[in-house]
Design a protein around this ligand. Sequence first.
Ligand SMILES: [Zn+2]
Length: 210
Amino acid sequence: MKFTVPEKLNVFRKLLARLGKFYYWRKPKKINLWLLSSMAYGVTKKYEEIFKGATGKAVDTFTQHFVNGAKAIMFQMQDRIKILYSQSLEDLEFVASIALYVILGPNWKKFFSQPVFIPADRTDNGIAQFRIKFPICALCAGIKPGIDLDPQKMEEYSYGELLAAALAHLLQMVQDYVGNDYNIEIKETKCKLRGDSHGEAVMFFHPKKN
Ligand SMILES: [Zn+2]
């Protein structure tokens, strides 16, 4: 039987997701954000050494490798998670909250605010957006700016690029799968490393030009 992607998630699929999240949160190994950020920091410093202190290039190269890894995992997972796929961008608010629960557990709201979708007709530039704020940056929380890492040396790259780029590619895979014509871009708009009071990421849905 061929799997068809619905326009919008129905009540039944949403209920399945609400129940399933408890099971999937308990089942796999937990992600520890501190461990994740320590690993990312360690690898970044290693690349920085390889590229003779070019922090921007280190962050960018590590990001590319990280994206490839994330895409490989997504390929394997796609069959299990596609029940939550739909063409509706509004559904992403719901799907994101389920995904955050599965990854981080019942306390996910300590780390992320409820993601907000803003349709194209309500944005300044006419591009649909999806915003998420985080009081603690998952990646840079333990890093001392100027001591552990010099934000000035990152050039146009942001430290959160790592997660943003991986997430953008994963979401691109989903959007391509459901048959939507968007190019996904994610920008880390605020980061504690650059002196902001909290972190924020914005996802843009650029319509593909035909
Ligand atoms: Zn940050």
